[in-house]
Design a protein around this ligand. Structure first.
Ligand code: GSH
Length: 184
């Protein structure tokens, strides 16, 4: 596993710079689940160390990474003694532990539910259906045409559902004038 540091992802004036906890994000540059967490860290102004896990080289199967996530998926966030995997869980953890620059509207339960629902559609009902390991399985079993059809079908289904859900709420961003959880 490369422990490289990505300068783009480090902020000098991070809110947590004086706290004792040290944030480390295990990530892969092509991983949309990891982008989500990187956006949230950036929006919240948090300093973190970036550790690259090269999925194309199978580094997610290394014993070191397996200790962090037995499912072998990025992203994983380490915050001192706390280890959180799964982008959705990480976003909710960050929102609670580092409430600055909220990702969820505080006052309005409908807006909160809308954001949680849309974020969950993306992270549970869309992205896992085209993760690397699943696509490899489909291609090995049924061939590349079936793989493409599978991806197209599930992405289209997800975006149609999202469009229907958000049609009355979208403005500059998915659910209004501010960047919410849904956009990550
Ligand atoms: N629900 C998880 C999904 C994690 C996931 O699918 N990660 C992908 C990258 S976006 C991965 O590590 N894939 C490796 C593989 O499929 O072998 C999340 O949102 O974090």
């Amino acid at each position: 596993m490369d422990a490289d540091t990505n300068n783009d992802d480090q902020i000098d004036i991070g809110i947590n710079s004086s706290s004792s906890s040290k944030l480390v994000l295990y990530s892969y540059w092509q991983s949309s689940c990891s982008w989500r967490v990187r956006f949230a860290l950036k929006l919240k102004g948090l300093i973190y160390e970036y550790k690259a896990v090269d999925l194309s080289k199978g580094e997610q199967f290394s014993p070191e990474f397996e200790e962090l996530n037995p499912l072998h998926f990025v992203p994983v966030l380490v915050d001192g003694d706390v280890v959180v995997s799964d982008s959705y869980a990480i976003l909710l953890y960050l929102e609670e532990k580092y409430p600055q620059r909220a990702l969820l509207p505080a006052a309005d339960p409908q807006q909160r539910a809308l954001n949680l629902q849309a974020a969950s559609i993306i992270s549970s009902s869309m992205q896992p259906l085209h993760m690397l390991s699943l696509l490899k399985y489909i291609e090995d079993k049924f061939g590349p045409d079936e793989r493409l059809l599978w991806v197209q079908t599930h992405i289209e289904k997800g975006f149609l559902a999202l469009e229907k859900l958000l049609i009355d709420f979208a403005a500059k961003y998915a659910t209004g004038e501010d960047v919410p959880l849904t956009n990550l």
